[in-house]
Design a protein around this ligand. Structure first.
Ligand code: NAP
Ligand code: GDD
Length: 360
């Protein structure tokens, strides 16, 4: 039985990757960090399964990484842990560098220290943010990098140190240069999930308005569940290499919002420009989307569009398994149910609920 170690196991990708690898017969070990509140919602359904194990550790703490890697002795490591929010990286640039740059080095060194350099394959979660202020459209493995945020600069180090260890020590370490991928498990402050949750709440009378930043920003959005398969395929390739993972289709934040609100039953009409742009509910004339400067970034990446030809050709991966329309539908359907459930819980007397046996 192969053993995989996943850092960032509590995150969106970590939870899907755990499910995927357990399904492939792996013994899965995840690294979690201590928190005063429970952030294990995404992996709660896996806890207690015989082939799913959790260990405390932190990417800022070399000794914990050496300990976990030495104990598990994994065949594959998926380094997904990161301070992953681009806007937050402007507020916490030093912490972001420590985890997203030096943290990668700590993993690579821990593998060498524990004597696993010849046997352990390592996947590094690199990002389309490396292309930043893009120098070419669409972006492929040969497009020059131009990182455009503290997050992207830190991830640039992570990418190059991974490549360096491959070349210097002949280690099997690879980067997946993943374009944005979303899901019903996406963190609630990333733009897609912020939109789908707000559309569901506005449609059900629980919220008046949604405030967004740059509506014209363009992204290549895929479904996270499809992308974790690619992480695994990259580590099964005969030779270690780096791959762009994307759908090859691009949409704006405005288009995402239009489709999400439509699926929630609200047809939007857009008026105005820049900070004055508004999304109006055609049915009643109410303003439901407004632009706020609070969500603008000091430097923003506005034209991400990936070319997944190499992954399709060499890994046999299908970049269009889930379409953009289907992705929006999955997320909105999930959030419509989530909001309805929260609303039901608000209205039902808990004693009555317990009596009915709904809550155990
Ligand atoms: P996410 O949902 O934000 O998850 C991040 C994970 O990293 C969480 O499990 C978090 O743990 C963990 N983490 C953060 N700081 C840590 C630390 N100091 N030590 C140990 N663990 C730490 O991110 P995601 O969307 O799943 O993305 C996974 C990876 O892919 C990240 O590296 C991200 O930068 C990269 N990436 C994501 C995308 C995308 O579109 N989703 C695209 C390209 C690259 P807590 O739960 O304790 O906070
Ligand atoms: N978060 C957020 N909130 N973004 C907004 C908003 C808003 O209210 N309004 C507009 N945007 C724009 C941002 O300016 C950005 O151009 C775009 O929407 C996408 O923002 P995010 O969803 O926060 O994602 P990201 O592209 O910055 O970063 C994500 O994808 C990267 C891969 O390209 C993260 O998952 C990163 O970890 C990942 O590397």
């Amino acid at each position: 039985m192969k053993k995989a170690l996943i850092t960032g196991v509590t995150g969106q990708d970590g939870s899907y990757l755990s499910e995927f690898l357990i399904g492939r017969g792996y013994d899965v070990h995840g690294v979690i960090r201590r928190s005063s509140v429970d952030f294990r919602e995404r992996i709660a359904h896996l806890e207690g399964q015989p082939r799913f194990h959790l260990h405390y550790g932190d990417l800022s703490d070399t000794s914990s990484l050496v300990k976990v890697i030495g104990l598990v002795r994994p065949d594959e490591i998926y380094n997904l842990a990161a301070q992953s929010h681009v806007q937050v990286s402007f507020d916490s640039p030093e912490y972001t560098a420590d985890i997203d740059a030096t943290g990668v080095l700590r993993i690579l060194e821990a593998v060498r220290i524990t004597g696993l350099a010849d046997t352990c394959r390592i996947y590094q979660a690199s990002t389309s943010e490396l292309y930043g202020k893009v120098e070419e459209v669409p972006q492929s493995e040969t497009t020059p990098f131009h990182p455009y945020s503290p997050y992207a600069v830190a991830k640039q180090y992570g990418f190059w140190i991974t490549k360096e260890y491959r070349e210097a020590y002949h280690m099997f370490c690879c980067s997946g240069i993943l374009f944005n991928h979303e899901s019903e498990r996406r963190g609630e402050t990333f733009v897609t999930r912020k939109i789908t949750l707000a559309a569901a709440r506005i449609a059900q009378g629980k919220q008046e308005k949604l405030l967004l930043g740059n509506l014209s920003s363009l992204r290549d959005w895929g479904y996270a569940k499809d992308y974790v398969e690619c992480m695994w395929l990259i580590l099964q390739h005969e030779v270690p290499d780096d791959f762009v993972i994307a759908t090859g289709v691009q949409h704006s934040v405005r288009e995402f919002a239009t489709l999400a609100f439509r699926h929630a039953g609200i047809e939007l009409e857009w008026t105005g420009e820049g900070l004055d742009e508004k999304g109006i509910n055609k049915a009643n004339g109410k303003v439901v989307v407004e632009v706020s400067p609070d969500f603008y970034r000091p430097t923003d990446v506005v034209n991400l569009w990936g070319d997944p030809s190499k992954a399709r050709r060499e890994l046999g991966w299908n970049p269009q398994k889930t379409s953009f329309e289907e992705l929006v539908r999955i997320m909105v359907d999930h959030d419509m149910k989530k909001v309805a459930k929260e609303q039901a819980l608000e209205h039902i007397n808990l004693a009555e609920y317990l009596e009915k046996g709904v809550v155990k």
